[in-house]
Design a protein around this ligand. Structure first.
Ligand code: BES
Ligand code: MN
Ligand code: ZN
Length: 499
């Protein structure tokens, strides 16, 4: 989809559709008021009759409104004016875009971006209108033999800003929003692909394709021999039961030949998680194709940052393999040696994410990073703790944790801080190895993070557990592309610029 920014009166727009808001209690927004005046009170008459109450997300499409130059006027309910915040703004835009996409308006001029949202500037409204619109028209139908056809899909949105002086900010925000949306799209597509297609080798190919499309990205895909040579015994122990070869994918983005200390992103890329010998129950096991969403989000972030040509130095480490059952698979009680030299008693083969991330965190040391952030669908326990709303943010640096949580708030891709206190480490004690990979059920998400912390002592590090946020279940089942918006927003505001 294409986006442009404009400033001007709604009644004067020559377009397929003008989109204006109506608040609860039949209160017209400023732009709806202008349409109303131009049409001699037609809009207020409709509202008086009770056809549009202003309920958040409701819509009413009007044709040939006199006094206006547009073919249609779309009224969108905004809810109570004093409650119009981030979530409400995004929901209103979603309803508008979904309706436009289904009713044959191939273009529209949207005035919702002129509405005041608490704490938010014009740039925020434009950026979010773009990401929300792209999310609303997203479809994944490449695995269907006959994709359902949208007759006249929405192709162009013009977003209106209050003043001409807002145009420049608006355009920059739209570009940022579009790059984030493209990153989210990459992450959603990879997440939605089934495990028999999205294998570790497939992820390697996708990394190469990304590097071909964006020359600022370099890629190296390490195969089993090179992974063995590095001594990544913890990672390889997870891959053992699978016939699909593992891949350790290294991405590097540099906007300039000069180097700043890089930010390293690490992604969990379990392309299918059966649980291994500690096998998972059959019900809903298909969801474990989403166990590579951390990896997918690393790809998405690279795509967005490269599109924006942001002045950063970024390294991405994607650890990819399957967690399968076979005669060669790792067994409970097996002891493996990680790249760090620390030995691990694998008491539960289903706690595999931490095993593969451990070696990637050790590998990250060679970059002398500014900081390292790993992203993983790591634990069912984080879903119990935070539901599907917020990702869990764990860190050995309060500054880093606060920056990620703030970026999550800004991008409406929220994260919430979780503790990493020493007390939580105790359960990991082992009589046979340096430590075990699991403790009791209590505080499972924190214990998993504590395990990772043992491999991330040499730099500032954060771990983002996205098990509850990376995909949706139910009618809208599918990958969400989170936490690409959080991470891109964080990188654009906090990462050290390349000198
Ligand atoms: N990939 C799962 C975590 C997961 C579970 C994500 C459910 C989304 C929904 C992970 O590898 C796993 O199996 N974790 C175990 C850890 C346990 C064995 C300590 C879990 O959470 O049950
Ligand atoms: Mn598992
Ligand atoms: Zn897993």
């Amino acid at each position: 989809m294409e986006f442009t920014i404009k400033s001007g009166s709604p009644e004067k727009q020559r377009t397929a559709c003008v989109v204006v808001g109506v608040f609860d209690n039949r209160k017209l927004s400023l732009s709806a008021e202008l349409i109303d005046r131009a049409s001699n009170g037609y809009v207020s008459e409709i509202i008086r009759r009770g056809d549009m109450e202003g309920k958040l997300g409701s819509t009413l499409l009007l044709h040939n409104v006199r006094g206006t130059l547009a073919d249609r006027v779309l009224l969108v309910g905004l809810g109570k004016e004093r409650d119009f915040r981030d979530r409400e703004f995004r929901r209103a835009v979603t309803s508008a875009v979904k309706l436009l996409n289904e009713t044959g308006s191939y273009e529209a001029v949207v005035y919702l971006t002129e509405e005041k949202v608490k704490r938010r500037e014009v740039a925020w409204r434009v950026e979010h209108a773009v990401t929300v619109a792209m999310d609303a028209v997203y479809r994944f139908d490449r695995m269907k033999s006959e994709p359902a056809e949208v007759r006249r899909p929405l192709r162009k949105l013009t977003l209106s800003v209050p003043q001409r002086s807002d145009l420049a900010d608006g355009e920059a925000a739209a570009a940022r929003g579009l790059a984030i949306a493209h990153g989210v799209e990459v992450a959603r597509d990879l997440g939605n692909l089934p495990g028999n297609i999205c294998t570790p080798s497939y992820l390697g190919e996708q990394a190469r394709a990304l590097a071909t499309e964006f020359p600022d990205i370099q890629v190296d895909v390490l195969d089993r021999t090179r992974i063995e040579a590095l001594g990544m015994g913890s990672f390889l122990s997870v891959s053992r039961g699978s016939d699909e070869p593992p891949a350790f994918i290294v991405l590097e983005y540099k906007s300039a030949p000069k180097k700043a200390k890089p930010v390293v992103l690490v992604g969990k890329g379990i392309t299918f998680d059966t649980g291994g010998v500690s096998i998972k129950p059959a019900a809903d096991m298909d969801q474990m194709k989403f166990d590579m969403c951390g990896a997918a989000s690393v790809f998405g972030v690279f795509r967005a940052i490269a599109e924006l040509k942001a002045p950063l130095h970024l390294v991405g480490l994607v650890v990819a393999c399957e967690n399968m059952v076979s005669g060669r698979a790792t067994k409970p009680g097996d002891i493996v040696k990680s790249m760090s030299g620390q030995t691990i008693e694998v008491l539960n083969t289903d706690a595999e994410g931490r095993l593969i991330l451990a070696d990637a965190l050790t590998y990250a040391e060679r970059y002398e990073p500014d900081c390292v952030v790993d992203v993983a669908t790591l634990t069912g326990a984080i879903v119990v703790a935070l539901g599907n709303v917020a990702s869990g943010v764990f860190s050995n640096s309060d500054t880093l944790s606060r920056a990620l949580v703030a970026a999550g708030d800004e991008s409406f891709d929220r994260g919430w801080p979780m503790p990493l206190w020493d007390d939580y480490h105790e359960g990991l004690a082992s009589n046979f190895a340096d430590f075990a990979n699991v403790a009791g059920r209590a505080g499972g998400a924190i214990v998993a993070a504590c395990f990772l912390a043992k491999f991330a002592k040499k730099y500032d590090w954060a771990h983002v557990d996205i098990a509850g946020t990376a995909w949706k279940d139910g009618k809208e089942k599918g990958a969400t592309g989170r936490p690409v918006p959080m991470l891109v927003t964080w990188l654009l505001t906090d990462a050290v610029p390349v000198p």
